[in-house]
Design a binder for this molecule. Structure first.
Ligand code: NAD
Ligand code: UFG
Length: 335
């Protein structure tokens, strides 16, 4: 199938493009490179031997997006494009609402024009807000979300549900990602954050490679195994394969599915697993809790197993080793 991949030059998108190619699909990438580099796609070509068609344009540009649909006979869409920095979304909420919502509106309109029925959307565990973990897809969403970024995911999910119920021929899947880490085992592509990383794993790898002096651990007084926050870390290649499964098993209607491992790992457990896998040291210091953080987040994973016939196959150790291979081989990312 010809799959439009919005945001396909980004971290999760580039790994998914590889899995799509390996599964025999033809990915077509649209990305404005606001948080990525075309180098990721050159490396996808190096890994797969296939150069995916790439259009550097904004998803909100209707005419340009129509031209891509007209040229490539798109069969289905995976929609990764969007802004994702939680802290920045609190400072610039309008930018987040405009970018994440408008891009989805434009995409849905162009899909309607070209009669494309299948959409896989990048949602997030953040939609569960203040619900107690583990999160099931039947848990309420939208309550206690602490930032505009998270609300864009919630609003888009609600909109997609309405749109799917208005037209029974649509097949829309929202994949609620838990915490993606790791990199392609080649070490050629990986997470490439701009500036100071917001997320734990890229911070750990930048400390390990000597770019930053020490990790700040946000809180050691949570009610968890060692007092530090617990998350459900998922290897980005498992996540990428979840998208291929979502296309394969896509059914009409609206379906939200957790993509996680079902296991919780604390900040310090991840630090120690990383040190073990890499042989590098990660000095750290305890800081106050980060505002907006929940103590524990992990997934119930039965629906992914039932509907997608998918579950994670890679371990935290695999993810640590692959993150380190990427970071140590590319200390400056794609630069
Ligand atoms: P990323 O920033 O690496 O990838 C997003 C890509 O979208 C980037 O390449 C960026 O240039 C592009 N983009 C942004 N706005 C665009 C626009 N208007 N038009 C065209 N391209 C645009 O992020 P990622 O980690 O790969 O995340 C992909 C998706 O998954 C995002 O929607 C994100 O919110 C969601 N998600 C990520 C995480 C995570 O922890 N990484 C967790 C849950 C959900
Ligand atoms: N943490 C630290 N130090 C750091 C960074 C993070 O101790 O420098 C801790 C956090 O307090 C938390 C854990 O590491 O306990 C994970 O933090 P991340 O920022 O890596 O991930 P979050 O779970 O906070 O958020 C991520 C994405 C969001 C997404 C959410 C749910 O950043 O976009 O997962 O999917 F919404």
């Amino acid at each position: 199938m010809n799959i439009l991949v919005t945001g396909g030059a980004g971290y999760i998108g580039s790994h998914t493009v590889i899995k799509l190619i390996e599964a025999g699909h033809t990915p077509v990438v649209v990305d404005n490179l606001c948080n990525s580099s075309a180098e990721s796609l050159r490396r996808v070509a190096q890994i797969t031997g296939v150069t995916p068609p790439f259009y550097q344009q904004d998803v909100r540009d209707t005419a340009a997006l129509e031209a891509v649909f007209a040229k490539h006979a798109i069969d289905a869409v995976i929609h990764f494009a969007g802004l994702k920095a939680v802290g920045e979304s609190t400072e610039k909420p309008l930018l987040y609402y405009q970018t994440n919502l408008d891009s989805t509106f434009t995409l849905l309109e162009v899909m309607r024009t070209f009669n494309v029925k299948t959409l896989v959307f990048s949602s997030s565990a953040t939609v569960y807000g203040s619900e107690p973990a583990p999160y099931s897809e039947d848990s309420p969403i939208g309550r206690g979300i602490t930032n505009p970024y998270g609300r864009t995911k919630y609003f888009i999910e609600e909109m997609l549900r309405d749109i799917a119920s208005s037209d029974g021929s649509l097949a829309i899947t929202s994949l609620r990602y838990f915490n993606p880490i790791g990199a392609h085992p080649s070490g050629l592509i990986g997470e490439n954050p701009n500036g100071v990383p917001n997320n734990l794993m890229p911070y750990i790898t930048q400390v390990a490679v000597g770019k930053r002096a020490e990790l700040g651990v946000f809180g050691d007084d949570y009610d968890t195994v060692d007092g530090t926050g617990v998350r459900d870390y998922i290897h980005v290649d498992d996540l990428a394969e979840g998208h291929v499964a979502a296309l394969t098993h896509s059914q009409t209607g609206y379906c939200a599915i957790n993509l996680g491992s079902g296991e919780g790992t604390s900040v310090l457990q991840l630090v120690h697993a990383f040190e073990e896998a890499s042989g590098a040291k990660v000095p750290y210091k305890i800081h106050p809790r980060r505002p907006g953080d929940v103590a524990v987040s992990y997934a119930k994973i039965a629906r992914a197993a039932d509907v997608l016939q998918w579950r994670t196959t890679r371990t935290i150790e695999d993810a640590c080793r692959d993150s380190w291979r990427w970071q140590s081989g590319n200390p400056e990312g794609y630069k």
